[in-house]
Design a protein around this ligand. Structure first.
Ligand code: ZN
Length: 90
């Protein structure tokens, strides 16, 4: 078993590795609307990124919580999330 390798799980058209690779760009608002939507949908539907994403897992976990809120994420919320979790990770 290779527990460190992402299972290449495909959720919402994205693989876990792609989500984790794009996560910081997502939080920086550098993804377009379609990419954002797909990443959000993946995070909602995937527990692997949260549990096995190592330091990114904490960010995914925070994002997942934010996505569970009824209101849409705006850039201010996203940048706060990014900043806060980046500090927590260190
Ligand atoms: Zn995933």
């Amino acid at each position: 078993m290779s527990s460190n390798v992402p299972p290449e799980r495909l959720v919402a058209g994205l693989r876990c590795g792609e989500v984790l690779a794009d996560l910081s760009r997502y939080l920086d608002g550098e993804l377009d609307a379609r990419q954002r939507g797909a990443l959000e949908a993946h995070v909602r539907g995937c527990e692997w990124c949260e549990r096995f994403g190592n330091e990114m897992g904490a960010v995914v976990s925070g994002l997942k919580r934010a996505l569970a809120e009824p209101e849409r994420l705006d850039d201010a919320v996203v940048s706060r999330l990014n900043e806060r979790l980046a500090r927590d990770a260190r």
